[in-house]
Design a protein around this ligand. Structure first.
Ligand code: CP
Ligand code: NVA
Length: 331
């Protein structure tokens, strides 16, 4: 498999074989790291990390993975660069690709990362846009594969806002990998029709099942994985909270929902999560709306059904695989 020089912008651009290859490469690199085997094969290269939105996992994953691979990295935060203010994305791409070997971008519209890639002469990796979160998907697939030993046929239920980056990307990746994806939500939050049609077309070839359900009990029965994300994403206005809470409260992941799914069902979340409403924005929302629980209960999050921290760790190994595959010239 040769992915040298490729951008990593969304999984719609990758074949099931390429996605499997990246997941398996991540497992190999993870094994090396665990066994203390050096893998600094990209020594001498440098990468730029553009973050127009905040991050813990994605930023740390890129920085640690770059360091493990022997590369240097520069973090450009949401306020300290000229990007988008004094300088266009096209000019930024041409400047950075003259100095760096790869560019990560986290920000707003997918169109921005696609433009960056168009003008860049080095690989561009999407670290989250409003529409897609492809590096998260590789970590999720690796975690599912480690837990269940396979991807094909696994039934993943996504509860909550399924029309945003995480929900959209899960639907795409389930379609690609022959999985069963169910969005369980108020129908206002089902993915856009055009993306659904694209995924249904992919599913015809891979044997995947893509469906939608408004009833949380019916929709979660028999699930292998129940996945959720925060109800209001980065970059959305605070004014949407009230409506989101009203619309999505019936779709909170509770222990009753997990039990309804069955004994083998595990809980996943891309994180950060508002299971703990005692810090930051969670605390403000709790006080303002008198809410004690958000997208997942603390009980589920802290239970042994929850594999969220394995999933978070896998962000690093899978991001490393993407950089390795796209920057390492095969001999
Ligand atoms: N899941 C994820 O992308 O986390 P960060 O926002 O912390 O990078
Ligand atoms: N949907 C979330 C994902 C965070 C990793 C957001 O965009 O904020």
């Amino acid at each position: 498999m040769n992915l040298y020089g490729r951008d990593f912008l969304k999984l719609l651009d990758y074949t099931p074989e390429e996605i499997s290859y990246l997941v398996d490469l991540a497992a190999t690199l993870k094994e090396k790291k665990k066994n203390g085997i050096l893998h600094d094969e990209l020594k001498g290269k440098n990468i730029a990390l553009i973050f127009e939105k905040t991050s813990t996992r994605t930023r740390c994953s890129f920085e640690v993975a770059a360091s493990d691979l022997g590369m240097g990295s520069t973090y450009l935060n949401p306020t300290d660069s000229q990007i988008g203010k004094k300088e266009s994305i096209a000019d930024t791409a041409r400047v950075l690709s003259s100095m760096y070997d790869g560019i990560e971008y986290r920000g707003f519209e997918q169109e921005i990362v696609e433009t960056l890639a168009k003008y860049s002469t080095v690989p561009v990796w999407n670290g989250l846009t409003n529409e897609f979160h492809p590096t998260q998907m590789l970590a999720d697939l690796l975690t599912i594969k480690e837990h269940f030993g396979k991807l094909n046929g696994i039934h993943l239920v996504y509860m909550g806002d399924a029309r945003y980056n995480t929900g959209n990307s899960l639907m795409v990746v389930c379609a690609k990998m022959g999985m069963h994806f169910t969005a369980v939500s108020n129908k206002k939050y089902f993915p856009e029709k055009e993306l659904v049609e694209t995924c249904l077309d992919i599913a015809k070839k891979t044997g995947a099942i893509i469906d939608f359900c408004e009833d949380p009990i019916e929709g979660t029965k028999g699930a292998d994985v129940i996945y959720t994300d925060i109800w209001v994403s980065m970059g959305e206005p605070d004014s949407v909270w009230e409506e989101r809470i009203k619309d999505l409260e019936p779709y909170r992941v509770t222990m009753d929902i997990m039990n309804n799914a069955g004994d083998k069902c595990v809980f996943m979340h891309c994180l950060p999560s508002f299971h703990d409403l005692n810090t930051g924005i969670g605390k403000e929302i709790k006080e303002k709306y008198g809410l004690n629980e958000m997208e997942v209960t603390d009980e589920v999050f802290e239970s042994d059904r929850s594999i969220v921290f394995k999933e978070a760790e896998n962000r690093m190994h899978t991001i490393k695989a993407v950089m390795y595959a796209t920057l390492k010239k095969s001999e």
